[in-house]
Design a protein around this ligand. Structure first.
Ligand code: 9L3
Ligand code: MG
Length: 131
């Protein structure tokens, strides 16, 4: 079975990390994630991240580096996370989310993250703290 990568973006701006609350599917609605989605065949993972953040949030971003690790999401899907910076636009919940929040490093525990996102969120928080 080929494994598809789902990429999540640790989008950081002015010392805060963007958290997005899913509106679908029902079993994930209300949980918070690093926004992103599935890489298409022929698309690199960072290319997929740029496209997904454009579609979901209406912003232009630049992927910076992969946060080490990969987290299984179920049959045939694995989560990778890349840090990214905002190039232009103001994130808006255009698709698949109903709320966005910029969280400082001491606020990361204030939302109910999807389980698979937690290790990368913790690492992104350490990087925010260390500057
Ligand atoms: N997922 C988990 N953490 C994330 C993202 C972006 C996605 N940070 C999971 C939720 C879905 C699957 O991956 O089960 C596909 O994501 P999407 O294409 O619905 O965003
Ligand atoms: Mg998505």
């Amino acid at each position: 079975m080929t494994v598809r990568v789902v990429v999540g973006g640790a989008l950081c701006h002015e010392g805060r990390l963007l958290a997005a609350r899913r509106s679908a599917p029902p079993e994930l609605a209300g949980r918070w994630e690093l926004p992103g989605g599935k890489a298409e065949p022929g698309e690199s993972v960072p290319e997929a991240l740029v496209r997904e953040l454009r579609e979901e949030l209406g912003v232009e971003t630049e992927p910076l580096e992969r946060i080490p690790g990969e987290w299984p999401l179920g049959p045939g899907l694995v989560l990778h996370v890349w840090s990214a910076r905002l190039l232009s636009g103001e994130p808006a919940p255009l698709e698949d989310h109903d709320e966005l929040r910029w969280l400082g490093p001491d606020e990361l525990d204030s939302v109910d993250w999807l389980d698979q996102d937690r290790p990368a969120v913790a690492e992104a928080g350490r990087r925010l703290r260390d500057g």
